[in-house]
Design a protein around this ligand. Structure first.
Ligand SMILES: Cc1ncc(COP(=O)(O)O)c(C=O)c1O
Length: 399
C-alpha cells in the first residue's frame, strides 16, 4: 500500500544454487503441447516405453489386499534388502550383507543421500562430461565443488582411469561414475572400471557408482564396481529398478556400500522420506527374485531400436553420432546445423525441433556439452521412424 517493503531473503542459498531438472522442464512443455492435441515424436523422457511386467504388478496388488500397508523399517524390510544383495551377488559376485544395503525412494534419492552424507562444503567431486543433469546439482546442493573431466567424442566419450586420475587433488572426496552413461551411452571398459575402483580405494576417495543402466549394457560384459570386493570400503553403488524393470513411477532404488555410509544414509532417510512405500517394496522383491527374462527381452528390443535410430541418422546429411554401448540414449552432434541464420545453440535447436518439427529432444547444455542433443529411443519403432523423418525434413532446411 505504497509502503516500501524491506527486502527479506525468502529462499536459502542452497536452493538458489540449483536448477529445475532440464529433462523435467522439457517434458512439461511437451506434455502441454500434447494436451492441446499436437502429435509429438517424444524422445525427451528417459523412461522405458514398456509396461511393468505382470508378476511385479501382481505382487503389489497382493500386498495391498493383504494390508501390507504400514510403516516398515526405514532402510526397507529385511526381505527387500536381502533380495537386493542376493540379486547383486548372483549377478556380480559382490557379496554385500543386508546391513550394507538401504532401499530408497528411487535411485535418485540414493544418490542424493549418499552425496549429502559424504560431501561437505568445499569438497571436490570428480564428474565426467557429458553428465546426467542431476549429478551436478546434487553435488552443488551439498556445497561440493564439481571438478569436470572432459571426454573425447572421437573416443565415443569413453572415460578411462587415466582421465580420472589426472583430476584428483588433495581436496577430492568423491568420484561419480555412471556407466553405461546417460546421456552418451558410453561404457567404461571392465579394465578401466577395475582401475578406477582400485585407484579410488588406494587414495581413500569414495567412488559413487551409478548403476542405473548396468543391465542395459550391449557389450555382453556387464560389470559392477562391487565385483572388486577388496576395495568395498570406498565404493558406494547406487542402483535403481526404474529402467531395469520398467518401474520408473514406482520409485524404487537402493544403495550398497560400507556400513558407516549406509547407516548415515538411513539416518538421513529417517528424517525425511522414511521407508519406501510398503507395497513398492513387495513389488520390488518380486522384480528382483522373480524371472529375469523380461530384463533380457527389453535389452534386446532397446538394441534393435538403437540400430534403427542410428540407421535413420545416417540418412541425415551433417548429423554425426557415436554408437552407444548401453542405456537407451543417442547423443548426436548437431554442430553442422548451428549458425547460418538458424538456431545458434543446441538449446535453440531443441526448441525449434519441438515447436516446428514436433520432435522432443533434450539440449546438450543440460549435460555439459553444447554441440549435441539427447534422444531417448525407449519408444516404439514407429515413433523412431516418424521422429527421424521429421528431423530430416527440418534439418534439411538448415544445412
Ligand atoms: C544416470 C541416472 N541415474 C539415476 C537415475 C534415477 O532413476 P530413479 O530415481 O528413477 O531410480 C536416472 C534416471 O533418469 C539416471 O538416468
Amino acid at each position: 500500500m505504497g509502503m516500501s517493503v524491506t527486502e527479506t531473503k525468502v529462499l536459502t542459498d542452497r536452493i538458489n544454487r540449483i536448477e529445475v531438472s532440464a529433462t523435467m522442464a522439457i517434458t512439461a512443455e511437451a506434455l502441454k503441447m500434447q494436451a492441446s492435441g499436437i502429435d509429438l515424436a517424444n524422445f525427451g523422457a528417459g523412461e522405458p516405453h514398456f509396461n511393468t511386467p505382470q508378476h511385479i504388478k501382481d505382487a503389489a496388488i497382493d500386498a495391498i489386499e493383504k494390508n501390507f500397508s504400514r510403516y516398515t523399517a526405514v532402510a526397507g524390510t529385511p526381505e527387500i534388502r536381502k533380495a537386493v544383495v542376493e540379486r547383486h551377488t548372483a549377478d556380480f559376485g559382490s557379496g554385500y550383507t543386508v546391513e550394507e544395503c538401504v532401499f530408497t525412494t528411487g535411485g535418485k534419492l540414493a544418490l542424493f543421500n549418499a552425496v549429502q552424507v559424504l560431501v561437505d562444503h568445499g569438497d571436490e567431486v570428480i564428474l565426467p562430461v557429458p553428465y546426467w543433469v542431476s549429478f551436478k546439482d546434487i553435488i552443488e546442493y551439498a556445497g561440493g565443488k564439481v571438478v569436470y573431466v572432459e571426454s573425447d567424442e572421437r573416443e565415443d566419450f569413453r572415460i578411462t582411469a587415466k582421465m580420472i586420475e589426472a583430476a584428483i587433488t588433495p581436496k577430492t572426496k568423491a568420484i561419480i561414475l555412471n556407466t553405461p552413461s546417460n546421456p552418451s551411452g558410453a561404457v567404461v571398459s571392465p579394465a578401466d572400471l577395475e582401475a578406477i575402483v582400485r585407484l579410488a580405494h588406494a587414495r581413500g576417495i569414495y567412488l559413487l557408482l551409478d548403476e542405473c543402466y548396468v543391465y542395459l549394457n550391449f557389450t555382453g560384459a556387464a560389470v559392477s564396481g562391487g565385483t572388486f570386493t577388496d576395495c568395498k570400503e570406498h565404493v558406494v553403488i547406487l542402483g535403481s529398478l526404474s529402467k531395469t524393470y520398467a518401474m520408473t513411477g514406482w520409485r524404487a532404488g537402493f544403495a550398497l556400500g560400507p556400513k558407516q555410509v549406509i547407516g548415515a544414509m538411513s539416518k538421513l532417510q529417517s528424517q525425511s522420506t522414511s521407508n519406501t512405500s510398503s507395497m513398492v517394496q513387495k513389488a520390488s522383491v518380486a522384480a528382483l527374485t522373480g524371472p529375469q527374462e523380461c530384463v533380457a527381452e527389453m535389452r534386446t528390443d532397446y538394441l534393435k531400436l538403437r540400430d534403427r535410430v542410428l540407421a535413420g541418422f545416417k540418412t541425415i546429411p551433417g548429423l554425426t553420432c557415436t554408437v552407444p554401448q548401453g542405456a537407451f540414449y543417442v547423443y548426436p552432434n548437431i554442430s553442422a546445423f548451428l549458425g547460418k541464420g538458424g538456431p545458434k545453440t543446441a538449446s535453440e535447436l531443441a526448441q525449434k525441433l519441438l515447436t516446428e518439427a514436433h520432435v522432443v529432444t533434450v539440449p546438450g547444455e543440460a549435460f555439459g556439452t553444447d554441440a549435441h542433443i539427447r534422444l531417448s529411443y525407449a519408444v516404439s519403432g514407429d515413433v523412431v521412424d516418424k521422429g527421424v523423418e521429421r528431423m530430416r525434413e527440418y534439418l534439411a532446411k538448415l544445412g
